[in-house]
Ligand binder design. Structure first.
Ligand code: B12
Ligand code: SF4
Ligand code: SF4
Length: 412
């Protein structure tokens, strides 16, 4: 990545682009002159050079005009608003700007890692301080553009398998990455080359802390980012070398509410804002590769991929908009499928049907492991027991162990 050009070039191109040009021309001032002067802090020098070649009255008008532009642009606020607008046009539901100072989040991250609350998610500890120091990850980073995409789909629901809402449709990584790239391309087209990198989830990036700084919401006690239009959204970022002015963080609106902490089926919260990931059903069903601790299995109920409970109970999610993204609409009836149906999928069916879904990443073996637990938690039924029996000699020891546990919960 080239991180060698600053906001100067950006404003220069922006000034000579669509929205400033007419105004500049009306006043008989070449907009590139304004931009150059703004860019490189050589205000007096350039204006006096230009002015020396002009009438005194003309110079005064130029200075007044340029001062107005400087007032509007010198801290990048105009550019930031343009970026926000382009982001909205591309389908982001919110766009904000954060600086790169994340020292408070770094302390929280280190405490969390030192306490071992990340369990087997070694990638969370693998990058030293790069995760909390954006300029160590990407040298030259000066600002971060944080973007939100809403994912709440309309669902049929039912008494079957519970799959978290974010995973009912297509994987969001591709959509988010493409859209962030389009925003970066739009910025390049409007302001010229600048240094940037786009990130979605998997990179060592503190997405929630960044989005919080970028005013996209406040941190809910469940640790997720929350806004007055709920928390059913994904986050993605553009790290860039433009010194954009950061937005002002929003104050918390959790008040005395503790609904998310109280509802958690596995008591995964140590306290407000502190999650022991090792107990979270999202971790157990998605991240954990090995056997699921026996004491937690009965608490998982019918949740076979992720968990939405701490969000479902949040009062702010009553105001959540449904997603406008066709990609996030449920596929293959995942929003109302029965456990028995899903347990019957062969590995080929699993891979074919879940192509493009985030669920595919856990593989068929863990899929069966998770469903076996849910069948073990279900009210005993002949059909469910018969389904479990079909897998009791499965080649995978992991599957066999969970099937045996589930069968042990059936009478007789
Ligand atoms: C690892 C991870 C997980 C882990 C751990 C979650 C966690 N809370 O840490 C597991 C697998 C459990 C998980 C689950 C889920 N995840 Co997740 N996850 C991540 C990931 C990759 C990193 C998060 C992280 O840095 N954790 C490390 C710890 C240290 O961070 P933390 O909890 O934020 O800790 C801070 C607080 O404790 C704070 N703190 C401590 N004390 C105090 C006190 C006060 C007063 C305050 C304000 C703060 C505070 O300091 C710490 C540092 O900032 C991010 C993507 C990313 N790259 O950021 C997605 C991400 C957070 N996950 C996301 C989602 C959607 C989920 C699930 C909803 C999925 C699901 N339905 O199953 C669940 C929700 C569970 C939950 N309640 O958090 C989204 C959240 C979007 C949003 N609206 O915020 C993200 C941002 C992915 C994305 N790109 O959109 N996830
Ligand atoms: S996702 Fe579920 S298990 Fe994880 S913290 Fe929230 S309520 Fe608890
Ligand atoms: S449920 Fe209550 S405490 Fe939890 S995030 Fe929502 S408002 Fe905050």
């Amino acid at each position: 990545m080239r991180f060698n050009q600053g906001i100067g070039r950006a404003l220069c191109r922006l000034a000579s682009a669509d929205f400033l040009q007419p105004a500049a021309h009306q006043r008989g001032l070449a907009c590139t002159q304004i931009a150059f002067e703004i860019n490189h802090g050589q205000r007096g020098h350039h204006l006096s050079q230009c002015g020396a070649q002009r009438q005194r009255g003309r110079l005064v008008r130029q200075v007044i005009f340029a001062t107005g532009i400087i007032g509007r642009m010198h801290d990048g606020n105009v550019l930031k608003e343009r970026i926000r607008g382009w982001g909205r046009e591309l389908g982001f539901t919110a766009v904000g700007v954060s600086g790169i100072e994340l020292s408070a989040a770094e302390t929280g991250l280190m405490d969390w890692l030192n306490a071992g609350l990340h369990g087997e998610m070694d990638y969370m500890a693998a990058h030293g301080t790069k995760r909390s120091r954006p300029a160590e990850l990407i040298p030259g980073t000066r600002s971060i553009i944080s973007c939100r995409v809403d994912y709440l789909p309309e669902i049929k629901g039912g008494a079957g398998a519970a799959i978290s809402r974010y995973a009912l449709g297509r994987d969001y990584h591709k959509l988010m990455r493409n859209r962030l790239q389009k925003l970066a391309d739009r910025m390049t087209a409007k302001i010229g080359n600048f240094g940037y990198r786009v990130f979605v989830d998997s990179a060592p990036v503190m997405e929630v802390a960044i989005a919080q700084n970028a005013s996209l919401g406040w941190r809910g006690k469940h640790t997720l980012l929350l806004s007055q239009t709920g928390s059913w959204f994904f986050l993605g970022e553009i790290y860039c070398d433009l010194p954009l002015p950061p937005d002002t963080p929003i104050t918390s609106h959790c008040g005395t509410c503790t609904a998310c902490l109280d509802v958690c089926p596995t008591s995964a919260f140590i306290g407000p804002y502190q999650l022991d990931a090792r107990r979270c059903i999202s971790y157990l069903t998605i991240e954990l590769k090995s056997s699921i601790p026996e004491d937690l299995r009965p608490l998982m109920g019918n949740r076979i991929y992720g968990c939405d409970d701490c969000q479902l109970v949040c009062p702010w999610n009553r105001f959540s908009p449904l997603t406008q993204e066709p990609d996030f609409a449920p596929r293959h009836g995942l929003d109302h499928a029965t456990l028995v149906e899903l347990f019957a999928w062969t590995e080929t069916e699993f891979n074919d049907r879940l192509a493009g879904s985030p669920i595919r990443r856990i593989g068929h073996e863990r899929w069966l492991r998770n469903i076996a637990i849910a069948l073990g938690n279900d009210a005993p039924a002949a059909e469910a027991k018969a389904a479990l029996l079909t897998r009791q000699d499965h080649p995978s020891a992991l599957v066999r162990e969970h099937v045996a546990w589930a069968l042990s919960r059936y009478p007789g």
